[in-house]
Structures are given as structure tokens and as C-alpha cells.
Design a protein around this ligand. Structure first.
Ligand code: SF4
Length: 421
């Protein structure tokens, strides 16, 4: 059993102190290891091993916590001389926290005591970040955010070219760096790389609605994956920097489009990360689309989307973010027929990404996707609609893996823009 140096152990201890908040200590007390959480987890459902039960993953965090932060645990540690945590255990955490958990929060709904297991997996990620053991593909995203301001390698030069290209598609002028606009539109972190159509269609809708909006030449990603990676100090730094850009533009509200974790992060975490009020509002694009439908701002023709669609709720939007009804209002007004999956809304099954592609664990994620695929097939829909380009990209990858040829994946903005009559 490999032991760690004292300095390393100190780092782990600090990470624990940073990650564990008092309100969540009760989880350790209330988890009865009943196992009902297992049936909510897509990873466990396809690979029902004891160590993959969410509550059992959480117990590993509890065991380390007790060693350092309880009197009995400290005493036992001193007598036995055992380390706070071994390297082998930390490596196991990498596998459990990244290979077998997408932080989808679904297990929490299944718990009779509402114990939140996902934060415990997230604590694992915080510790792994401090220990420098985060999977390389994920580390790279954080590095990119600091070096080029985009997790997937889109530079400022690329962004300015993209703006020019999009502008060439419209007669109306697309405002850039307009001060005091009602809305600042921020592209989804995955959109500029893997689904530019979703972003173009968002602009098309805003222009059609004569909306007072702008783009920023300095802000082309509102990515908040640093939170899910456990890189919380980095998240605070990036949020501070981006908040300043938004404030300088004096935008009243930011629109997050096709970016579930971006929306969740800005709406629910950003002010806590920088420890001050943002001073601007945060909305998700479907909130605006639903409003346009209700106020009849844009005329829609359902017959233009002559297919049967089902909607995938991104976990960071529905379960974590509270956006459930708005996408449905927009979709039912835009497509011929909309059918719900057996589990939808806050009970929706995760696409397996959890807003993060972890290249090192594609195999476990491909396997877990079977649960989602069965949900989709049950609807007999020919189009899956979603409003997160990380989910969009995951569906594309997974449909290839499962050789699904007859179901298309579309973004909510693409479908809405196509329905404009
Ligand atoms: S958060 Fe989701 S993926 Fe992680 S253990 Fe819970 S149900 Fe499984």
C-alpha cells in the first residue's frame, strides 16, 4: 500500500476542508446504505457491482473524512499509523468519479432521505484536482480556458472569423460589443466547435424577434465545467474575469444558449464563486423561446418540422437548473408531434456526459448510454431535441457507437428557427 508524503497529505486535507461544507456533513449520518440510489444510476444499471452503488461511492469519502475530522477517527489513525488516503485509493477515486459518475444528480432523487451523493463524487473530484490526478483530457480543458479562453480550443481570432462568417448569412447587422444591450448572447461552450448551427439559429431567432442583443468580441465561452472538475479556485478566477467583461458591456442579462452547465453555473453558482452579486440577469435560451411563443412574438408553423420528436432534458438544466417547462412550450409550438420519454423532466436519464467528455472513460460511458437509448427508442421518435451542445455531441458519438441511423439529433434553436413561418 503506497503511502504519500506529508506535503501531499496536507494538500488532500486542504481539499477536503474546501469541499466539505457543514450542511452536507449530515449525509454521512443519514445514508442508510439502503441502495435505492443504485436503481437511479445509469452506470450501476448496466454494471451492477456493489462498489458502483452511489451510496457506497459516498462511503469512501466518508471513511477518509472520519480519519481526519472525527476524534475517534483521528485516534484510530494515530494508533494504527495508517495514512489519510493511499495512492491506490486515489486512483480508484479517479475511476469512480470520472468513469462511473456523470454528476447527474439522479441518485439523489431516489434516496428516501434525499442524501445528495453527487456532491460526494464531486468532493472526490476536488481532491483529485488538488492531487493532480484529474484525467488528462479533462485537465486540458481547464488549461485551454486559461490560455485561450475556450475549453475546446477556439481562439479569439477564430471567434472573430466565426462572427464574420455568421454575419455574411444575414442582411441585418449582428451587433458586436454594443454597450447597454438588453441581452448579451454567449455561445455554448461546445457550439462553436461541434454545432455551429445551434448558435446561428439562436441569432436568427433574436434577429427575427427584433431583440436588443449583442455579442462580445471578448467573451465566446461561458463554460463552467471547472466546477464539475473540482477546479473551484480556477472557476472563481474565470468567473471574475468574465463577469468584468459583461459589466464593462453594461449588458442587462446574459443569454446562455445550448450550454446546460454554463447556464447552471452562471445562474446558481457564479455569485457564490466570486462572493458578490453579479449585477446582471442570467437566462437560458428556452426561457426566451417560451416567452416568444406565449406573447406570439414570432409566428411558427409546425408543419415545417414534420417529424415525431422527443426532448432530452440536460441534467444541468432540468434536475439542477429548474428549466423543465420552457423547452416543452417551445418544442410543442414548433414540431408536428412531441412525445415524452418514460423518464423525463427532473427524472430524465443523463446522456452520460454530465457536461464533460472524459476521453479516458469512453468505454464505461458508451455502456451506460444503453439506458438512455432504450428511453429514446420507447418513444419511436425520429428526432431527439436538446438544448445543450455537450449533450448534442454526446448523442452524435453514441448514435455512431450503437449504429443508430434512423434517429436525428437537433438543437432546440434549430428546430424553433426552422418553424418560423
Ligand atoms: S450522480 Fe448520476 S451518475 Fe453519479 S452516482 Fe448518482 S446517478 Fe450515478
Amino acid at each position: 500500500m503506497a503511502k504519500m508524503g506529508l506535503e501531499y497529505e496536507e494538500k488532500i486535507k486542504r481539499a477536503f476542508i474546501k469541499a466539505i461544507d457543514r450542511s452536507r456533513l449530515s449525509y454521512f449520518k443519514y445514508c442508510m446504505r439502503a441502495g435505492s440510489c443504485a436503481y437511479a444510476c445509469h452506470f450501476w444499471l448496466v454494471d451492477p457491482r456493489h462498489e458502483l452503488v452511489p451510496g457506497i461511492k459516498g462511503k469512501r469519502v466518508e471513511d477518509v473524512f472520519k480519519k481526519e475530522f472525527t476524534i475517534l477517527g483521528k485516534l484510530k489513525k494515530r494508533i494504527t499509523g495508517e495514512p489519510l488516503i493511499t495512492i491506490e485509493e486515489l486512483k480508484k477515486w479517479v475511476e469512480l468519479a470520472y468513469g462511473y459518475c456523470s454528476l447527474c444528480d439522479r441518485c439523489m432523487l431516489a434516496c428516501p432521505y434525499s442524501v445528495e451523493f453527487p456532491p460526494l463524487t464531486l468532493y472526490m473530484r476536488v481532491v483529485l484536482h488538488e492531487a493532480g490526478l484529474t484525467p488528462e483530457s479533462v485537465k486540458k480543458q481547464v488549461e485551454n480556458e486559461f490560455t485561450i479562453d475556450h475549453p475546446y480550443g477556439i481562439t479569439k481570432e477564430d471567434w472573430l472569423k466565426i462572427i464574420d462568417e455568421i454575419q455574411s448569412k444575414f442582411d441585418e447587422e449582428i451587433p458586436v460589443d454594443k454597450k447597454g444591450a438588453k441581452y448579451l448572447l454567449i455561445p455554448g461552450k461546445r457550439s462553436l466547435k461541434d454545432n455551429i448551427e445551434s448558435f446561428i439559429s439562436t441569432i436568427e431567432i433574436l434577429l427575427k424577434a427584433n431583440e436588443d442583443f449583442t455579442l462580445s468580441s471578448d467573451l465566446w465561452s461561458g463554460c463552467m465545467s471547472t466546477y464539475d472538475i473540482g477546479a473551484w479556485d480556477e472557476m472563481a478566477q474565470l468567473t471574475r474575469k468574465r463577469t468584468q467583461i459583461i459589466r464593462n458591456l453594461e449588458a442587462k442579462t446574459i443569454i446562455m444558449t445550448n450550454d446546460a452547465c454554463g447556464y447552471y453555473g452562471w445562474r446558481w453558482l457564479a455569485d457564490k464563486a466570486i462572493k458578490e452579486r453579479l449585477g446582471f440577469g442570467v437566462i437560458e435560451i428556452s426561457e426566451l423561446l417560451a416567452d416568444y411563443v406565449k406573447r406570439k412574438v414570432i409566428k411558427l408553423d409546425k408543419s415545417k418540422n414534420d417529424f415525431v420528436a422527443t426532448y432530452h432534458d440536460p441534467c444541468h438544466l432540468a434536475r439542477k437548473g429548474g428549466i423543465v417547462d420552457e423547452p416543452r412550450v417551445a418544442i410543442t409550438a414548433s414540431v408536428k408531434e412531441h412525445r415524452e420519454m418514460p423518464h423525463h423532466g427532473i427524472y430524465s436519464i443523463c446522456c452520460t456526459a454530465g457536461c464533460l467528455q472524459v476521453d479516458e472513460y469512453q468505454d464505461t460511458r458508451v455502456k451506460a448510454f444503453k439506458v438512455k437509448l432504450d428511453e429514446i427508442l420507447a418513444t419511436k421518435a425520429n428526432v431527439v431535441i436538446t438544448n445543450c451542445d455537450e449533450c448534442f455531441y454526446t448523442f452524435k458519438r453514441m448514435f455512431d457507437e450503437y449504429n443508430v441511423k434512423d434517429i436525428e439529433i437537433k438543437s432546440i434553436t434549430e428546430v424553433f428557427a426552422d418553424a418560423i413561418s
